[in-house]
Design a protein around this ligand. Structure first.
Ligand SMILES: NC(=O)CCC(=O)C(=O)O
Length: 277
């Protein structure tokens, strides 16, 4: 049993980790994979760890998520995330899970965050629902999900963290609404064609324009349903440098968040203060 780390209020350097998975339709298998990779990340010294979008189940058919969907606040997916955060003593950005919404035919694509004591600290519902059509590849999240309408941040001893999910990455106005975030976390499952063309470009742009770190855990590879995802989980620093990337396969990336480097860069280039609204 690992014990929660205690944070000092001036904590300047923190190791971050992103977990990359090839989730199948089998929740128990995906849960065990997530548990193994979370333990690996925490064992490396990571204090904040993030899972990819829909780590419990990834399927080409969005309807598959209805069988797994939980009520807010109760269910095996939420218990798993709380237990892992507490057992490993980490801040856990729990990728995303399907939750029931007030509409029987719609779910929410929800990112839940837990602190090192296992208590829930944030809920973010994906605001921009993915739509894409090219040849055989078609996605229409809006057919089974209801969008969120609230940007969300949470505070840690090392800084303020803002949340987005996957397709949200394409909407810079969402991140501009967040109040002075030091780190953005973006659980994702990009398609291969859009990922190849835009993933790194967009991640680096969001990090540079908001002068913040950006941690993006991703789904990767060929999934049991035949769906394919781009992978390339990434940690980008506020200068747009890629600190870590895992192109393919399941695994963990780690890298350091430095509040000193963040402060230096913001002092050298005070672009956020130069905004004319
Ligand atoms: N799950 C998603 O939101 C996919 C987004 C994506 O692939 C994109 O290109 O944007």
């Amino acid at each position: 049993m690992l014990h929660p780390r205690s944070f000092s209020h001036q904590q300047a350097e923190v190791m971050l980790a992103a977990v990359q998975m090839t989730s199948s339709e089998d929740w128990a298998h995906n849960r065990d994979t997530a548990a193994r990779l979370l333990a690996e990340a925490a064992g490396s010294g990571a204090e904040l760890v993030a899972l990819p979008e829909f780590f419990p189940l990834l399927h080409r058919d969005e309807q598959a998520k209805f069988a797994l969907a939980e009520q807010d606040g109760q269910g095996p997916m939420q218990d798993f995330l709380a237990e892992q955060a507490q057992r490993l003593g980490i801040w856990l950005v729990g990728g995303s899970v399907p939750l029931k919404s007030p509409f029987p035919d719609r779910l929410t694509n929800t990112c839940l965050v837990y602190g090192p004591d296992g208590g829930r600290v944030a809920r973010y519902d994906k605001i921009h629902l993915f739509g894409f059509q090219r040849g055989e590849e078609r996605y229409n999240e809006a057919s089974s999900f209801v969008p969120g309408d609230q940007p969300v941040t949470f505070d840690t001893p090392f800084g303020r963290v803002g949340l987005g999910i996957c397709y949200d990455l394409r909407f810079p106005e969402l991140f501009r609404q967040l109040d002075s975030v030091d780190l953005l976390v973006l659980p994702s499952a990009f398609t291969v064609p859009t990922g190849r063309a835009h993933w790194e470009l967009l991640l680096r742009a969001r990090a540079v324009e908001n002068l913040c770190y950006l941690l993006a855990p991703a789904q990767a590879g060929e999934h049991a349903s035949g769906r394919r995802t781009w992978g390339h989980s990434m940690l980008v620093d506020p200068w747009g440098e890629v600190l870590a990337c895992l192109p393919e396969g399941e695994g963990v990336i780690t890298g350091m968040f430095s509040s000193q480097r963040l402060a230096e860069l913001r002092q050298q280039l005070p672009a956020l203060e130069h905004r004319r609204l």
